[in-house]
Design a binder for this molecule. Sequence first.
Ligand code: ZN
Ligand code: ZN
Ligand code: ZN
Length: 206
Amino acid sequence: DNREYYLERQLQYNKDNYKKNYKIRFADRMFVLLHYSLEPYPICVKCGEKEMGFLEIDHIKGVIENDGRGGPALVKYIINNNFPENYQVLCTNCNWLKHRENQKLTLSMTKENIRCRTKNLKLKEEVFSHYSKGLPECNCCGIDTLDILSLDHIYGRKNAKHKKGIGGHELYTWVRQNKFPSDFQVLCMMCNSAKKDKQDCIHKIK
Ligand SMILES: [Zn+2]
Ligand SMILES: [Zn+2]
Ligand SMILES: [Zn+2]
């Protein structure tokens, strides 16, 4: 009947426009990444990573303006404001490392906190060594910088048996207590965020 026809049309309209908007968003992002890259293609200024799916727009001096912070809003802001300074292209790993280095500058240096951090680091090394069967490394790309390695839920977080929303040393403690379940693996931040739950990393799809 008419209603069905109308609904079908509406669905098709949404689909077409989603694709169209996606193409525009992709082109805009490419435009911005190219502007802040020192090569004729998008590239991480720190390590030279060239895979566009791994590249991010970094605020060199942190977020100092209301620019949408990230995603399509930031891309739009940059274009509308004629490519201001304070931005650079970093891959997910280099972005994360920068964030970690900044964090280290503000760490509390009380004896108790240092002791606690050392204990957590040992736990991370123990758990990650178990899953890497040796020195901790990314199970996809093989990078071995501990600071950017994370514990990935192979089948997605939704199927996890632990308490919701835990991460870091809380998760590592749970994993050790539960005798290292087999549905975890070590991934770097880049491969982990590219994988998005059950799908594969860009490295694997290629
Ligand atoms: Zn990089
Ligand atoms: Zn990796
Ligand atoms: Zn990967």
